[in-house]
Design a binder for this molecule. Structure first.
Ligand code: NOJ
Length: 571
């Protein structure tokens, strides 16, 4: 996608391989590295630039690999180290980049350093690597502060000391199985330098950084002003636990490591952070030229299907992130969120029944919108199939620790993690050679309508829409322009031009509207004829003249200035 002078990550479309659900290569019902490797030609045909691989490291899997027991090895559930090497070699031979998931905020209670800390006792050097503290109350029976964990419950757990008596507490911002590292201890930073080098030496193209706003906590660990709010939102809100100024030193350090590798062999590496912060301007601080290359812009993912909301969020990202010279990294789906098809099937009116066709139409339109925006985009596996969320998994099969911690099945993330349907008419739909009952989550019968095999054979399918969009995105030069210009449009339509020759328009309403551009589009999410844009649809046009010059289209009225200048944000 990128022209030679532009680093690949700036406008790459990456595909998230959620390993345990992508493809099972050894017939145990859980996706693995061998399966991922077998799926690489599929990704190359789809036309993405690379993949982000969810954690494959040794882990007791309490949070599906985000509880890491060893950062420099592979869990036998997923294969062995050689499988990563083979996957990297095959991916690179196909022209695909590979980035790994690194989890620096917390590890697993089974990590040797944490076990050592428990055994070593209060005041030991080993405990300094984590956040151990004495409890309050006469007997230390109350947690050191009122912080709540992101997945529900207190953020502190009390351990039993070696002599069997109740002892200190340790901090975990997620589940009790995920103790937070103490990044104020220099040993922790050194350890992670080694982790990065270990994988960079094996040839990875970068890292997706879990909870990149975490790592440092307020040094005094004071009470949170609003612990209930901290627990309610799944994204970071506790101002004492997240987004501390010191975290930026870490990203500078990691950037320097990546830059050293790039300088030595000319291959660009990327660091893409999970940076959930209150505003795009806050996010831009993580994207300064010597910090992270990219950060997921989650705002679109949380935006309801509404033209003015989308226009506002896109505009804010362009104004506060792109204008600093950093690319915006768009995302509509991931392994933590309800899939777009289902999310958008809801009506605007409370109590209105979800409409699956409407959800599908909107998800297709949203995909064309995202892929037309300047910057990079991350797709989540199954998104290209228009796969809906599985909303009726029986309670006994749910595995998400959020459900265990909150007792609220609706908050769980299993529904977007059901193994992918590849082929055939019955479970496991080519996902695995194992009988369907071995799949780690059951696939519903209706997955038959969404198999890769079926959709590839249907020219009007969502798969073809994504493939065509990715091909055009690569080949159309106006889409390499870093800016966008809003075009005037009715309130229910979002329309913009890029590179003077490309126009994207999205109709957010449930009724057909007049298209903002004359002529036949090069791509549309629904049939787009006679100058009409169907309800809940999007289209791309190539125009000979900038839209305002065609005589029939109104003049462009708003311009986002994207001259790439560094505004110089202070610390
Ligand atoms: C964000 C990851 O995407 C999510 O799956 C995980 O549970 C938390 N971080 C904790 O690591």
């Amino acid at each position: 996608m990128a022209t030679p002078s532009v680093p690949w990550w700036r406008d790459a479309v990456m595909y998230q391989v959620y390993l345990r659900s992508f493809r099972d290569g050894n017939g145990d019902g859980v996706g693995d590295l061998r399966g991922a490797r077998a799926g690489l030609p599929y990704l190359a045909t789809l036309g993405v630039d690379g993949l982000w691989l969810s954690p494959c490291f040794p882990s007791p899997q309490h949070d599906h690999g985000y509880d890491v027991a060893d950062y420099c090895a592979v869990d036998p559930l997923f294969g062995e180290l050689d499988d990563v090497d083979r996957l990297l070699a095959d991916a690179h031979a196909l022209g695909l980049k590979v980035i790994l998931d690194v989890v620096p905020n917390h590890c697993s209670t089974e990590h040797p350093r944490f076990r050592e800390a428990v055994l070593a006792g209060p005041g030991s050097v080993a405990r300094e690597r984590f956040h151990f503290a004495d409890g309050h109350g006469a007997d230390g029976e109350l947690p050191p502060n009122n912080w709540r964990a992101m997945f529900g419950g207190p953020a502190w757990t009390r351990i039993q000391e070696a002599d069997g008596r109740p002892g200190q507490w340790y901090l975990h911002m997620f589940t009790p199985h995920q103790p937070d590292w103490n990044w104020r201890n220099p040993e922790v930073a050194n350890h992670f330098d080694d982790v990065l080098r270990f994988w960079l030496d094996r040839g990875v193209d970068g890292f997706r950084i879990d909870v990149a706003v975490g790592l440092f906590k307020h040094p005094a660990l004071p009470d949170s002003p609003d612990p209930a709010a901290d627990e309610e939102a799944r994204d970071a809100v506790n101002p004492l636990a997240w987004n501390q100024p010191e975290v930026h030193q870490v990203w500078r350090r990691w950037r320097a490591i990546c830059d050293m590798y790039t300088a030595s062999d000319g291959r660009e590496r990327t660091l893409v952070g999970e940076v959930a912060v209150p505003t795009p301007a806050d996010q831009a601080r993580y994207l300064r030229p010597d910090e992270l290359h990219q950060a997921f812009y989650f705002d679109l993912l949380h935006t309801p299907w509404d033209a003015s909301a989308f226009r506002q969020r896109i505009g804010a990202a362009m104004r506060d992130i792109a204008s600093t010279g950093a690319p915006v990294t768009w995302v509509l789906n991931n392994h933590d969120q309800q899939r777009t098809v289902t999310r958008y099937s809801r009506g605007a009116v409370l109590g209105e029944k979800p409409d699956a066709d409407r959800g599908t139409a909107r998800a297709r339109a949203a995909a064309l919108l995202m892929l037309a925006l300047p910057g990079s985009a991350y797709l989540y596996q199954g998104e290209e199939l228009g796969l809906p969320e599985v909303t009726d998994l029986p309670p006994e099969v749910l595995t998400d620790p959020i459900v265990t911690a909150t007792g609220e099945p609706d908050r769980g993330r299993d529904g977007c993690r059901v193994p992918l349907p590849w082929s055939g008419t019955q479970a496991p739909f080519g996902f695995s050679d194992a009988p369907p009952e071995r799949s780690w989550l059951p696939q519903p019968g209706w997955f038959a309508r969404y198999t890769v095999q079926r959709l590839r054979g249907d020219g009007g399918s969502c798969w073809h829409l994504y493939r065509d969009a990715l091909q055009l995105r690569r080949s159309l030069s106006p889409l390499h322009d870093p800016g966008l210009h809003w075009l005037p449009s009715p309130p229910e339509v979002v329309a913009f031009a890029r590179g003077g020759k490309f126009v994207c328009a999205v109709n957010f309403s449930d009724a057909q509207v007049t298209a903002p551009v004359c002529g036949k589009p090069v791509l549309s999410s629904l049939p787009c004829d006679d100058g009409k844009l169907a309800a809940n649809s999007a289209a791309w046009w190539l125009v000979d003249n900038p839209p305002h010059a065609c005589g029939q289209c109104p003049p462009s009225h708003e311009t986002v200035d994207l001259t790439v200048t560094w505004k110089g944000l202070g610390d």
